[in-house]
Design a protein around this ligand. Sequence first.
Ligand SMILES: [Ca+2]
Ligand SMILES: [Ca+2]
Length: 105
Amino acid sequence: MKRALLSTVALFAVLTTNVVMAEGRTPPSPEKIKEMKTEMFKKIDTNSDGAISKEELAAAPVPKHADEQKAEKRREMAFEKIDANNDGSISLEEFLAVERPRKMQ
Ligand SMILES: [Ca+2]
Ligand SMILES: [Ca+2]
């Protein structure tokens, strides 16, 4: 369970890093984070049906230096973690419910 949570945080960190970098250096407000997450959701939801399928998540970009196999496993685990009602897709609500990674020590 702990490992799955860490993977979610790792995935989320990877996804948000791109957005934060695109947004500049200002620390984002909670509203901004929600907005960013919604944007991110829309980006991953390529067929715009309001839910992220496993396939869509698998197609989401990963950093080039990332180990493909590890990234794949992480995504699998993250998917299961985020999909709170286990219906096989991630709704925007479920996506927004993902906690922001705490500050790394
Ligand atoms: Ca979709
Ligand atoms: Ca779901």
